[in-house]
Design a protein around this ligand. Structure first.
Ligand code: UD1
Length: 386
């Protein structure tokens, strides 16, 4: 059997690493039996290309170099999706795989799903069934298209399966396998725990970014990531968030802010960069490696984020998490479902009130069903048996 799997952007890399390892384990288990095993090819669309957004993750997570890099790079949605489809079609025509496997919900996921189906190749989606029901999110469009086209839909939780059933997806296509990102978390948490927080901050501090001191061990800090267009593309919204961070949040706690390239670009464009760079008690960090971010999350008193993956990691680590969005496609991570996160959108009053509440709360780790580090093995077993 031949499988082509696809990655494009940062959150894909943590999801493909365990899949590749599980394919290798499957092939090893067949060694000597005469059975053919799985031939696997990895395609990187090149949507993310900076070393600290891509190569660093391949190295840290021991992902073999991609067999093919499509080199798509940045652009509008139509540019990214269109160029990826054109380039990926050539790969599919040449390789004629039995399966194309896509992960997550980025533009690479959607583009390669459409291409695979138009080439009559079976499609499997890892992390299927998530729904924010917010059609202004590009990822929601990507999720709907990908799931509608997929032959096998691997879901991370039971709510995702219910979403798919409600949309009429036949039962035999839905496989509840758990959350593959947690495979990576479990495989890497020891290595992350061995890192030193002060060392991470010193090594990744942006030149001229923030005047905060490195937090002492045991002293609390909050951790921020922000990159959604809904938060960073509107100057009024980004400005209000920056006001809150610089005038209020940093009075109580040191803030470590790992700045996404899109966000840096917008802060500079809206004239906000000098303010954050001069803010007391705030340290601006470059995009961090997998282990570095996980290590900071392990010690953070509180995380503020609009990332999907971080909500899930906070859930398992128990870090109080303010999700800077009005909705989430990952409701199992919410407090009402036993998780660690609260939706606060970008309403500063709500953020302020919830911050206070969250800081009084200790860590409450949660483990949703099948978030057990064995998801990738279940997926490969299902693909090999189909
Ligand atoms: C993409 C995903 C989003 C995911 C995020 C994680 C889509 C629609 N969005 O958003 O779901 O949460 O990745 O990071 O697929 N840039 C660089 N270097 C890079 C990559 C990007 O500087 O290596 C800058 C460019 O200015 C680019 C901007 O970031 O235009 C946005 O990149 P893009 O891939 O379009 O979307 P993200 O915001 O990263």
């Amino acid at each position: 059997m031949k499988i082509v799997s696809v990655v494009g952007a940062r959150p894909n890399f943590m999801k493909i690493a365990p899949f590749i390892r599980a394919v290798e384990a499957h092939n090893q288990s067949l060694a000597g039996s005469g059975a053919p095993g799985i031939r696997h090819l990895l395609v990187h669309t090149g949507q993310h290309y900076d070393d600290n957004m891509s190569r660093a993750f391949f190295e840290a997570l021991d992902i073999p170099e991609a067999d093919i890099n499509l080199g798509i790079g940045s652009g509008s949605h139509a540019e990214q999706v269109g160029l990826t489809m054109i380039a990926f079609e050539k790969v599919v025509r040449q390789e004629r795989p039995d399966w194309v496997v896509v992960v997550g919900d980025v533009n690479a996921t959607c583009a390669c799903s459409i291409t695979a189906k138009k080439e009559h190749v079976r499609l499997a989606h890892i992390e299927a069934g998530l729904r924010s029901r917010d059609m202004t999110m590009p990822e929601e469009v990507n999720r709907l298209v990908t799931d509608r086209l997929s032959d096998l839909l691997f879901t991370p939780d039971r709510l995702s399966g219910e979403n798919l059933r409600a949309e009429g997806v036949p039962e035999d296509r839905i496989r509840f396998v758990g959350n593959i990102m947690i495979d990576t978390l479990e495989a890497q948490r020891e290595k992350a725990a061995a890192l030193d927080v002060a060392d991470i901050v010193n090594r990744n501090r942006m030149g001229g970014g923030g005047l905060g001191a490195v937090p002492d061990p045991g002293q609390g800090f909050s951790l921020l990531t922000l990159h959604r267009p809904s938060n960073v593309d509107d100057p009024a919204i980004l400005g209000a968030i920056v006001d809150f961070l610089t005038n209020e949040l940093t009075r109580e706690l040191t803030l470590l802010w790992t700045v996404h390239p899109r966000t840096e670009k917008q802060l500079r464009r809206f004239g906000l960069w000098d303010r954050v760079a001069a803010a007391r008690n705030m340290v601006l960090l470059t995009p961090l490696g997998y282990h570095e971010l996980l290590r900071l999350n392990m010690d953070a008193a509180m995380v503020l984020t609009d990332s999907g993956g971080l909500q899930e990691e906070c859930c398992v680590l128990g870090t109080p998490c303010l999700t800077l969005r009005w909705n989430t496609e990952r409701p199992v991570t919410l407090r009402e479902h036993g998780g660690a996160s609260v939706l606060v959108g970008n309403d500063v009053d709500r953020i302020r009130k919830t911050c206070r509440e969250m800081l009084q709360r200790g860590r409450t780790p949660a483990r949703p069903e099948l978030w057990d580090g064995k998801t990738a093995a279940r997926i490969v077993t299902a693909l090999a048996g189909d």
